[in-house]
Write a protein that binds this ligand. Structure first.
Ligand SMILES: Cc1cc2nc3c(=O)[nH]c(=O)nc-3n(C[C@H](O)[C@H](O)[C@H](O)COP(=O)(O)OP(=O)(O)OC[C@H]3O[C@@H](n4cnc5c(N)ncnc54)[C@H](O)[C@@H]3O)c2cc1C
Ligand code: FES
Length: 296
């Protein structure tokens, strides 16, 4: 696999503490929620792959990390998609429009989208889809990109049949994410839950079918970016190795402070043959797959 640059620049990323006001909070099937916050400093600076750390309730001292799905720097808004899995996210789901949520953001090392000669293949699973959507919107008009999203519950987005042809993609996978399709960004969906218009199977297999069908000259310019559950990230890392493509993974590790102070999120890396320990919150959450022994 080609070497992917890994440079930490923790001190160059400002993290703001804002009182984010809830502007909208929409429930979707499968305990999924989309929340729009007014947080102008985060909205102005956030980059794809970064996240916010939310004080979900006054009763919980520990904040909860949630990826940034979209920002509108002009309106000062930040959109999040989250799923209720425990106490903290349940408390978050009970917040109403008009509530104020203490928030730190934007945090972490973003995806590197700077090489516009590349074709970015974005692969998101479940609550790993939001950073992929953010990346796709920032790549719009700058570089080629395609987004593949997988979910075992109904997708919390408006969907429509795609008019954009993608090589290698199963004929049943006709649906795309409307907001991306309307921006001219190709997307396709995968699910094992028999959802209409989706590829029947896991999302890395859908992405692999696409990569396999590309002309070798096109494929060699691809970069894989991914976020989602670990089995999915393993499959994406395998595809990166199979096609010899740079692969970057965003890790959703357990976090406490999320600002680099507690070492509660440390992961082991192997860099130039040397074992190191990196904090997923500020040295990540995005890492090149090749330095992560878990995904080797
Ligand atoms: C960088 C990052 C980005 C994330 N982005 C999203 C997102 O966009 N949408 C979304 O729904 N979820 C996201 N998560 C996962 C989300 O933070 C957890 O689901 C949430 O913290 C669970 O809290 P809880 O109290 O509801 O669950 P509990 O299981 O009760 O949590 C108990 C403790 O474990 C931690 N924890 C539990 N599961 C996870 C997990 N998967 N990852 C990290 N910490 C966990 C919690 O922070 C808490 O301290 C992200 C996690 C990270 C690290
Ligand atoms: S969560 Fe404290 S150092 Fe990362």
């Amino acid at each position: 696999m080609p070497k992917a640059a890994y440079v930490t620049n923790v001190n160059q990323n400002p993290v703001y503490e804002e009182n984010a006001k809830v502007l909208a909070h929409i429930t979707h099937p499968g305990d999924q929620f989309v929340m729009r916050l007014h947080a102008p400093q985060t909205a102005a600076k956030a980059l794809p792959g970064q996240f916010v750390h939310l004080r979900v309730s006054n009763e919980r001292a520990l904040r909860r990390p949630i990826s940034i799905m979209l920002t509108d720097p002009e309106k000062g808004t930040v959109d999040l998609l989250y799923k209720v899995i425990g106490d903290g996210t349940r408390l978050l789901s009970e917040r109403s429009v008009g509530d104020v949520i203490p928030m730190l953001g934007p945090i972490g090392q973003p995806f590197d989208l700077s090489d516009t000669s590349k074709r970015y293949v974005l692969i998101g699973g479940g609550v790993g889809i939001p950073p992929m959507i953010f990346a796709a919107t920032r790549l719009q008009g700058k570089a080629n990109c395609v987004l593949f999203a997988g979910s075992e519950v109904a997708f919390p987005f408006a969907l429509k049949p795609s008019t954009m042809i993608l090589p290698g993609v199963d004929g049943n996978a006709i649906l795309a994410i409307t907001s991306l399709e309307e921006r001219g960004i190709a997307s396709r969906l995968a699910s094992n839950a028999g959802l209409y218009g989706c590829y029947e199977g896991y999302v890395p297999n859908l992405a692999r079918d696409y990569l396999l069908a590309l002309d070798e000259n096109v494929r060699q310019h691809c970069v894989l970016l991914s976020c989602g559950p670990h089995p999915m990230l393993h499959a994406v890392a395998n595809a990166g190795r199979e096609f010899d493509l740079p692969t970057f993974l965003s890790l959703e590790e357990h976090m406490a402070c999320a600002i680099g102070g507690c070492a509660g999120c440390v992961i082991k890396t192997l860099e130039h043959g040397e074992e190191k320990y990196r904090r997923a919150c500020v040295d990540g959450p995005v890492f090149p797959a090749e330095i992560l022994p878990e995904f080797a």
